[in-house]
Write a protein of this length. Structure first.
Length: 250
């Protein structure tokens, strides 16, 4: 039976799905599948939540637009779980918090601070630490290093507000060792862990491109945001890492 937002059936998605927020990036990822976009199968376009299925180096793989923020992301992931998907890799962007991070750098999240409404709703106020799957995360790190990319690996903060004007917004997170801020990872990690708690082999991981940085001397959001051309080039490298890492565990 088709889902409410993803008008697809069981079997339309591969066991491994990459999850970008941007439908344009979903199409770009599908263009990297074997045979390019022409060989990829469009499995969903409802609400512009574009989803494609194909293969990468012969391994079945899908990509599905998640939208921005945990409310949209959790809807998409819940429906993908209903459709039998087992491995999820968020491929997105983030604001760099850690000292030394530059635009274009790669961040791989080990866990996420659930500073968002959706994850808090799932948890009903219970304390919880949403964490990435170790094997899938290690594959991302190993693949990045094999390609000559040294990722920043650590905890990210998942938030609801992009244009946060609090004076201590970045410094507080930096003082706690947070490496980046983004908007979806907490829901991804929580839902994957919930399914593993139900004895299902679901794994979740997250790789991000730093699109802007929040530095100590200038904490305005987006002041150094990358041009679209530079961002596309940087995210392509990140996506190739995700494709190789994800399919290496198939």
């Amino acid at each position: 039976m088709p889902q409410i937002h993803l008008r697809a059936e069981v079997g339309d998605y591969a066991p491994l799905v990459l999850l970008p927020g941007d439908p344009g990036r979903a199409t770009m990822i599908a263009g990297l599948f074997d045979g390019g976009l022409e060989k990829a199968r469009l499995v969903n376009q409802h609400r512009s939540l574009l989803g494609y299925t194909g293969t990468y180096h012969g391994v079945p793989i899908s990509v599905q637009t998640s939208g921005i923020g945990t409310p949209s992301f959790s809807i998409v992931m819940e429906e993908l779980l209903n459709l039998g998907v087992q491995r999820f890799i968020r491929t997105g962007t983030c604001g760099g918090i850690a000292y030394g991070l530059k635009t274009g750098d790669v961040v791989i999240a080990t866990a996420a601070v659930p500073d968002d409404g959706s994850t808090r709703t799932y948890l009903h106020g219970d304390p919880f630490a949403p964490a990435a799957d170790f094997e899938l995360t290690r594959a991302l790190v190993d693949t990045a290093r094999a390609r000559g990319v040294e990722p920043t690996v650590g905890v990210v903060n998942s938030v609801d507000v992009f244009y946060n004007t609090d004076a201590d917004y970045a410094s507080k997170m930096r003082g706690r060792g947070i490496v980046a801020v983004e908007m979806e990872a907490s829901a991804l990690f929580y839902l994957a862990m919930r399914e593993r708690g139900r004895r299902k082999g679901v794994r979740g991981a997250c790789i991000l491109t730093v699109s802007d940085t929040l530095m100590a001397d200038d904490e305005a959001v987006g002041v150094d945001y990358m041009s679209l051309e530079s961002l596309e080039a940087a995210t392509k490298t990140m996506i190739e890492i995700a494709l190789e890492a994800g399919t290496s565990l198939a």
